[in-house]
Design a protein. Structure first.
Length: 167
């Protein structure tokens, strides 16, 4: 059986740049006024006591799932607007608000493996929180999914998705 996983992300950087990697309250920064978001908290580079340091500007409520993924396999997509997904997919795993979806022909262990890889990608430091809230929020808000499917189920999906939100 030929099974494929498609990473549906284009034009996004999912890794933190050097400025963001070191950005935490109290750490030194280089450019006054620069703002970054780390794990839902906005930090701004400000001058304090003659030094440039990251300060918490505001703590944002997370727009994605705030807890670590449970990897529970659901039978339908929880977003009713995306019911078109259930025509092809029968398994859905929530990973920080982004879904790994699978077709009946795919073993659950493949689906769970893909979900684990996605979780490691979004939460590389394994602290239970996404590393780049902007990227994860973008993926979740725009309905990006990570399908695990066969070539025939992929073709069938695109035929059925025409004219729906799943297209």
């Amino acid at each position: 059986m030929c099974v494929s996983t498609v990473l549906i992300v284009s034009g996004l950087s999912l890794s933190a740049g050097p400025a963001q990697a070191a950005a935490k309250a109290g750490a030194s920064c280089k450019k006054i006024g620069k703002t970054v978001v780390r794990s839902g908290t906005e930090l701004t580079c400000k001058k304090r006591k003659g030094k440039k340091v990251w300060t918490v500007t505001k703590s944002k409520a997370s727009t994605t799932s705030s807890s670590a993924p449970t990897f529970k396999v659901l039978a339908t997509h929880p977003n009713k607007k995306l019911a078109c997904m259930s025509k092809t997919f029968n398994s859905f795993i929530d990973v920080f608000g982004v879904y790994v979806v699978g077709v009946p022909q795919v073993p659950t262990k493949y689906l769970q493996h893909t979900a684990n890889v996605l979780a490691q990608y979004l939460d590389n430091d394994a602290d239970g929180k996404v590393d780049d809230e902007k990227v994860t929020s973008y993926l979740a808000k725009n309905g990006y999914v990570f399908p695990v499917w066969t070539m025939s189920s992929r073709d069938k999906f695109w035929e059925q998705a025409a004219g729906t939100l799943c297209e």
